[in-house]
Design a protein around this ligand. Sequence first.
Ligand code: 2NL
Length: 339
Amino acid sequence: MREKLKQIREEATAALAAAADQAGLEELRVRFLGKKGEITGILKQMGSLSPEERPAMGQLANDVRKEIESLIADKAADLKQKAQELRFRAEAIDVTLPGVRPSTGSRHPLETVLDDVKEIFLGMGFDVAEGPEVEYDHYCFEMLNMPKHHPARDTQDTFYINENVLLRTQTSSVQIRTMLSQKPPIRVISPGRVYRVDTVDATHSPIFHQIEGLVVDKGITMSDLKGTLAEFIHKLYGEDIGVRFRPHHFPYTEPSAEMDMECFKCHGKGCSLCKGEGYIEILGCGMVRPEVLEGCGIDSSVYSGFAFGVGADRITMMRYGMNDLRVLFENDMRFLRQL
Ligand code: 2NL
């Protein structure tokens, strides 16, 4: 039995020295100290010893057990420290490495142009009004003298939510809402996103941006319209850019006109940018029809007004010399970063 204990001690010492992890260590604890373990096995055999031998052998078995227990405890502490060292090494951060710079966005070119336009009109005493993109047919068409089945609806037909609700085709609906909620004098611009049924190409998109303007007061005439819009172009493109007005037709204005600006590249001579015209079409405008004013509860025998609409995407393209509108919507950082 003495020999057996000695052997157990040697085996345990060797096995523990070789234990590589917590699981292996636990296996050894069960093997040597467990209920069915080797030491327990020895203690169970004590009964077969003579009373004289028993105390010394019991003492020895206990000593060996204690020794193995202490070896296991040492090994456990050792393994724990090794594991921690490994973890620390794996989690180490090299604070001297260069950081990852977060990519910051930049202002969208449309937004920059919109801000410039707003600034120009704010300087002339206009307010900025906004309204819903999902709009009543009534505000978008009906009150602008375009009843159902009016041919003017075809050219700008849109996405209907239901029979009476649609995605707005122009921000005129915001001007209508303004006239319904405020009394003249009114001076307001309404920039915003608008929708039309259109096939995407370099100059068309079913989603684009418009800036409309409206002035209603006593004694407003066509000369106020011309002066205000000429001033707008001069501020946006330079004092030396001439403008001209051509008669046009809109259902909601009379008289109506389209305004052209002198080509900023050739100054009226004709070049590739203006396709030899010398002028570039820039906006539509006109004197608000009395029916439209009356529909909003404004007495057209006392008040008159002018209105205009300009494509924000178009003036953005011109400002940055772009030949394709689509890049404005694609969010390609390579394009946006240049501006
Ligand atoms: C264009 C032309 C225009 C208006 C918009 C307007 C608004 C009200 C009453 C009368 Cl509430 N008119 N807006 C007037 C003339 C032209 O836009 O070419 N848009 C893309």
